[in-house]
Design a protein around this ligand. Structure first.
Ligand code: FAD
Length: 467
């Protein structure tokens, strides 16, 4: 008999409580990953995430092989696949680490019950958050709707403890179960292969994640408070895809940052990891957050509907250099700087009046760090309909934002090379250049920001009147 450890978004060997518990059971261990794109309510991964998943699984399998084990791959609804696998290899127990989106949680609860009914031990663990969403509550016992007091309570909470070491060896059954071939899952794009920029930018897997964390702590933490807002420099950790796939745990990030000693920079960095905790708390307490406005008064918002305009935004052809640079960075690398995410999201929802859910979906498909909690929280925050959101009337001015956070236009020149020859003074407003680029070279502005802002504020006013 064996114990099964079911990997999900915890694709690492270190600080992995389910794996440690599986070893403790004293039986041969069968590590498995199930590609479950069939269970209703579980959101299928987007294209960029599928690319990342392929490489991350391949890296996890290589690490398991070094311990004398290997990863078994199965595809189908987890509720069918796992009991079948358990029967096939005579499993006594199954262990996994918790995930927090509603569809997966419901599935896991049903699965646990059915495994228990078959006489199997099934246990889940906290591994992907510092604090369970139900642990952090306000004085009246309700979940927080505002970040600052939420994070204050988190900081006052008992420390999340020390990360668990990776096992040195993993006992394997004499004949392991059959596995799908990773290539047969076709997670990688082929025709066309759009992943060239992703391959250049990233090295998925646990080792890549650890290297990235040390690099950030050595090179960028000190200046984080200032540089984190400048998209042209590598001022942030870029750990978001590693955290999304669980190649590193937030506890490992927390421990490594606090081990460097207390500093305002480390505190700021931890508070960003805190935003991730807050987003998960919101998602846990509001299962349909990706579909529903957190503030219901926005349900009557008069969103515009234009495929052409949406497509210009997606492709980085709006005529606003900072917006276009961000959208092209996203398309090419699967990642976008946080400051620019806010600018492009404000532009879509306010200047173009397009429903934030359209933007959320595009990000879900194209981001390597697409995250069920962070993405929807980010979008609702910018659109003004979220918890602790920016007020709706705060409309980012793409020209001023560009001038402030990319003053020399380095970021724009990198991603919108057709504007590279413009002087700094007009790099964020090419239409005001003495010789503006021809429309065949770079598109004219899709809207005029001043007028678009007035239109957005009028739409918001109409909402207030009808409420
Ligand atoms: P760092 O500054 O190094 O921060 C460290 C970690 O803290 C990040 O890796 C991330 O896990 C967490 N974090 C940082 N900022 C935030 C934040 N505002 N909200 C929640 N967690 C945060 N983040 C995602 O991980 N996945 C998404 O799908 C996602 N979609 C977003 C959509 C919009 C419209 C906006 C405005 C933000 C979104 N974010 C998302 C949050 C943020 O932009 C990214 O987490 C950040 O840019 C990742 O870069 P980093 O790892 O270098 O961040």
């Amino acid at each position: 008999s064996v114990s099964i450890v079911w990997f999900r978004n915890d694709l690492r060997l270190s600080d992995n409580p389910a794996l440690v518990e599986s070893l403790r059971a004293g039986l041969p261990v069968v590590p498995v990953f199930v590609l479950d794109d069939q269970t209703e309510g579980v959101r299928p991964l987007g294209g960029a995430s599928r690319w990342w998943l392929h490489h991350s699984l391949s890296s996890l399998d290589a690490s398991l092989r070094k311990l004398g084990s290997r990863l078994t791959l199965r595809r189908g609804p987890a509720e069918r696949v796992l009991p079948e696998l358990a029967a096939e290899c005579g499993a006594e127990a199954i262990f996994w680490n918790r995930v927090y989106d509603e569809g997966s949680r419901n599935r896991d609860a049903r699965l646990k019950k059915s495994l228990n009914e078959r006489g199997l031990r099934a246990e889940s663990f906290k591994a992907n958050l510092l604090f369970e969403p139900w642990e952090i509550k306000n004085q009246s016992g309700a979940p927080f709707k505002v970040f600052t007091p939420f994070w204050r309570v988190c900081r006052a909470h008992a420390s999340p403890g020390d990360p668990l070491p990776a096992p040195k060896a993993l006992p394997a059954p004499k004949t392991g179960p059959a596995s799908d071939a990773l290539d047969d899952w076709r997670l990688l794009p082929t025709n066309p292969d759009w992943a060239g920029g992703l391959r250049t930018a990233w090295s998925p897997g646990e080792k890549g994640a650890k290297d990235r964390l040390s690099h950030f702590l050595d090179e960028a933490l000190e200046d984080y408070r200032h540089a984190r807002d400048l998209p042209a420099v590598e001022g942030t950790s870029r750990l978001s895809p590693n955290l999304a796939f669980g190649e590193i745990s937030p506890r490992q990030v927390w421990r490594a940052a606090t081990n460097r000693g207390a500093s305002a920079a480390a505190e700021k960095f931890l508070s960003e990891v805190g935003w991730r905790e807050f987003a998960y708390s919101l998602l846990f307490h509001n299962g349909d957050l990706a579909q529903r406005n957190f503030r219901p008064e926005f349900d009557a918002f008069p969103w515009a509907d234009s495929d052409e305009i949406l497509e210009a935004w997606r492709r980085g052809r709006t005529g606003y250099p900072i917006v276009d640079a961000g959208m092209r960075e996203l398309w090419t690398t699967g990642w976008m700087h946080n400051r620019v995410r806010m600018i492009v999201a404000s532009f879509l929802t306010k200047d173009l009046l397009i429903d934030w859910r359209q933007g959320e979906r595009w990000f879900w498909d194209t981001l390597v760090d697409a995250d069920p909690a962070n993405n929807v929280t980010g979008w609702q925050w910018v659109a003004g309909c979220g918890a602790d959101a920016a007020p709706y009337f705060r409309v980012f001015n793409p020209v001023l934002q560009g001038a402030k956070f990319d003053p020399k236009g380095e970021y724009v020149r990198r991603w919108v090379p057709e504007l590279a020859g413009l002087p700094d003074a007009v790099i964020h407003s090419p239409w005001s250049a003495s010789k503006p680029p021809a429309a065949s070279v770079y598109p004219e502005r899709i809207v005029e920001h001043g007028a678009a802002r007035d239109r957005a504020l009028a739409a918001f006013q109409s909402l207030k009147k009808s409420a």
